[in-house]
Ligand binder design. Structure first.
Ligand code: B1M
Length: 211
């Protein structure tokens, strides 16, 4: 669809105002918030990712694109969250310590909320102590960890060990995701599951809690 192509292109160019305008236009055409997110905003950010990887663009451009994407996401946020009926369970989510990448984690948090989960988002650069503290305080059903760096994904293991030491591991499911994370890494660190994208994270969470 031409509108999605335009939206992705404006994300790539880092133009917040047109991204906002196109998001509103798509909504006025009764396109669902989820479709706009995936086919417009995330599609644009995927091109940004590719270009960054190939050294065609650099950190400042990536940040400007991320900001443009967020301007559309802000409009979609309440719509993605509103389908919530009765809580399917409580998820504590965060990007692990040392890692500032939060775009993917924010999308996962939003869609989980939209799918009916209670979500407590701890943000980025989250220590294992903080995960443990909130798991206890909030009586979490699931801990969700995101990491985008090969160096920081190792911290997921430490966090799982900290949950174990705090005596919480048996009653809490742990799910992980982020570009460098794999299914086999999840098994290796004894997480309960890995999701390659936000939609799969919702399916996985429902499956783990039998909802
Ligand atoms: Co960074 N960065 N970055 N970066 N960055 C990557 C990750 C990188 C792969 C780029 C590259 O190709 N070289 C590379 C990592 C290399 C590696 O470790 N192997 C990299 C690097 C090196 C760095 C710095 C070290 C650069 C530097 O300073 N020299 C630095 C580190 C800062 C830090 O964290 N301490 C850095 C900084 C940044 C910016 C600040 C500029 C910016 C982040 C802005 C922000 O997040 N607020 C940034 C970005 C944007 C990227 C890329 C281009 C895009 C990431 C992104 O947002 N993707 C990225 C390249 C890439 O991924 N190919 C890159 C879009 C997002 C929708 O996808 O996050 O994968 P993603 O999330 C998906 C799934 O993975 C999944 O669902 C999401 C939605 O479908 N998912 C989960 C994610 N979390 C999940 C959790 C779940 C389940 C599913 O359960 C809980």
């Amino acid at each position: 669809m031409k509108l999605f192509e335009e939206m992705a292109d404006e994300v790539l160019k880092g133009n917040s105002a047109p991204v906002k305008e196109l998001t509103l236009r798509a909504l006025s055409q009764n396109i669902s918030a989820e479709e706009i997110l995936n086919k417009g905003l995330v599609a644009g950010m995927s091109v940004v990712s590719e270009k960054f990887k190939n050294n065609e663009i650099f950190i400042p451009e990536v940040l400007i694109s991320a900001r443009a994407m967020s301007s559309g996401l802000e409009i979609l946020k309440p719509l993605l969250a509103e389908s919530k009926v009765e809580s399917k369970g409580k998820v504590i989510i965060g990007t692990v310590k040392g890692d500032l990448h939060d775009i993917g984690k924010n999308i996962v948090a939003l869609l989980l909320q939209g799918a009916g989960f209670d979500v407590v988002d701890l943000g980025a650069d989250v220590s294992k102590e903080k995960f443990v503290e909130f798991a206890k305080k909030e009586k979490a059903d699931i801990i969700g960890m995101s990491a985008l760096l090969t160096t920081t994904m190792l911290y997921m293991k430490e966090t799982i060990e900290a949950l174990q030491e705090a005596g919480l591991r048996q009653n809490i499911k742990v799910i992980i995701g982020g570009a460098p994370v794999t299914d086999s890494y999840a098994s290796q660190i004894q997480a309960d599951g890995y999701a390659p994208d936000a939609a799969s994270a919702i399916d996985l969470s429902k499956q783990l809690l039998d909802k």
